[in-house]
Design a protein around this ligand. Structure first.
Ligand code: NAD
Length: 334
C-alpha cells in the first residue's frame, strides 16, 4: 500500500516511522497541505493520510478519485475539513481516529483555564524582568464556581470529572444525555441557554457541524455572566470570533483560552515569525492580557501521538486486508 501523507509535521513523523516498522507501508511524507491544488501529488497512492488543516472539499475529492485513491485516513477525531458526501459518492472510505486521548485535550483545557485565572502567563513574563510584584495577579478559586461543559462525549466527560474534582458545580449541555454521568452526580444536564446564563466558565467540546457553527454568537455572549471565562479546545468556528472580540473589548468576557481559531488554516502549525500576520482579528486577540492563544496543540501528548499513529496504520491494514474499515472508525457511517 502506498500512502501519501500530507501536511507532515516533525512531531508526528518520528512516531509514524517507528510504528510503521511493524506495518512496513510505503509512506511518502509530504510537508504540503492537501487541497484541490496539491491533490495531484497523490498520484500512485492508494491511501491519503490527512491532518486537520487540509482542505478535502468536493473538488479535491474528485481529483483524488480520478487518481485512484480509495481511502482517506484522517489523523484526527474531527472531520469537518472533509466533504463526506462527495467521498461517499466517489466510493472513497473516510477513516478517523475516534478517540486517541481524551485526557490530553481535557487536561490542556484545564491548563488554559488555570493559566488565565491565576495569570501564570503574566507572572512568568514578569519575573523574567525581575518584577516580583503581585499587583494585578489576583485570580479566583475554582472551588464552588459553576462550569458549563458543552458536549459530554469522550473529551467533555473527562473535563466534567476533572472539574468536579476541583469542587465545581458542573452543568452540561449535549443533544445526548449521558444518564450515568448524571446519576453519578458528576453533572447536571440543562439547556444551552441556562448553561450560558449560569456558568462562570464555559468549555466547548462539541464537534463542528452546521448545527454547532457559531454556537456561541453575540446573542449568546450577551446572555452570559459578566466576567465569564470561555475555553475553546473544540473547533474555532464553534465560537464567533467577531462576537468574542466584542465581548472582550466590552469587558463582558473575563478571559478566553483559545486552542482553536476559526481562521486557523494556513496559520496554526506554521512558523510565521518572519512574516506579517494578515489576520487582524487574530492579531487583536494576541494583544489582550486575558486571552491565551495556542496553536491547536491540546492533543499533543506522547500518548495521543502514539495512539493516532497506531490506529491510523491499523485502519489502513484493515482496509488492505478486508477492503473496509470497522464502523467505529469510519466517518461515513456516523
Ligand atoms: P465525541 O464525539 O466523543 O463527543 C462529542 C459530543 O458532542 C457528543 O456527546 C455529541 O452528542 C455532542 N454533540 C454533537 N452535536 C451536538 C450539538 N449540536 N449540540 C450539543 N451536543 C452535540 O467527541 P470528542 O472526542 O469528545 O471530541 C470533541 C471535539 O473536540 C472533536 O469533534 C474535535 O473537534 C475536538 N478536538 C480538538 C482537539 C484539539 O487538539 N484541540 C483534539 C481532539 C478533538
Amino acid at each position: 500500500m502506498k500512502i501519501a501523507f500530507f501536511d507532515t509535521h516533525g512531531f508526528e513523523k518520528e512516531v509514524f516511522c517507528k510504528i510503521n516498522e511493524k506495518f512496513d507501508f510505503d509512506i511518502d511524507f509530504l510537508e504540503i497541505r492537501l487541497t484541490a491544488k496539491t491533490a495531484f501529488l497523490a498520484k500512485n497512492a492508494d491511501v491519503i493520510c490527512s491532518f486537520v488543516n487540509d482542505k478535502i472539499d468536493s473538488e479535491c475529492i474528485e481529483i483524488l478519485s480520478r487518481l485512484g485513491v480509495k481511502l482517506i485516513a484522517l489523523r484526527s477525531a474531527g472531520y469537518n475539513h472533509v466533504d463526506i458526501s462527495t467521498a461517499a459518492q466517489n466510493k472513497i472510505v473516510v477513516a478517523r481516529v475516534p478517540a486517541y486521548s481524551p485526557h490530553a485535550v481535557a487536561e490542556f483545557a484545564v491548563g488554559l483555564l488555570l493559566t488565565l485565572n491565576r495569570k501564570i502567563h503574566r507572572s512568568h513574563s514578569r519575573v523574567r524582568e525581575l518584577n516580583f510584584s503581585l499587583d494585578g495577579l489576583v485570580g479566583f478559586d475554582l472551588f464552588g464556581k459553576t462550569i458549563g461543559i458543552v458536549g459530554t462525549g469522550r473529551i467533555g466527560q473527562v473535563m466534567c470529572h476533572i472539574m468536579k474534582g476541583f469542587g465545581c458545580r458542573v452543568l452540561a449541555y449535549d443533544i445526548k444525555v449521558d444518564t450515568d454521568l448524571e446519576k453519578d452526580g458528576v453533572v447536571t444536564y440543562t439547556d444551552l441557554e441556562t448553561l450560558v446564563k449560569e456558568s462562570d466558565i464555559i468549555s466547548l467540546h462539541v464537534p463542528l457541524t452546521p448545527s454547532t457553527h457559531h454556537l456561541l454568537d453575540r446573542a449568546r455572549i450577551e446572555q452570559m455572566k459578566d466576567g465569564v471565562f470561555i475555553i475553546n479546545t473544540g473547533r474555532g468556528a464553534l465560537l464567533d470570533s467577531k462576537a468574542l472580540l466584542f465581548g472582550l473589548k466590552s469587558g463582558k468576557i473575563g478571559a478566553a483560552g483559545l486552542d482553536v481559531y476559526e481562521e486557523e488554516e494556513g496559520v496554526f502549525f506554521h512558523d510565521l515569525s518572519n512574516k506579517v500576520l494578515q489576520d487582524d482579528t487574530l492579531a487583536r486577540f494576541l494583544t489582550f492580557p486575558n486571552v491565551l492563544v495556542t496553536s491547536h496543540q491540546a492533543f499533543l501528548t506522547q500518548e495521543a501521538l502514539a495512539h493516532i499513529a497506531q490506529t491510523t496504520l491499523e485502519s489502513i491494514k484493515e482496509f488492505q486486508l478486508e477492503g473496509s474499515v470497522s464502523q467505529s472508525k469510519t466517518v461515513s457511517s456516523i
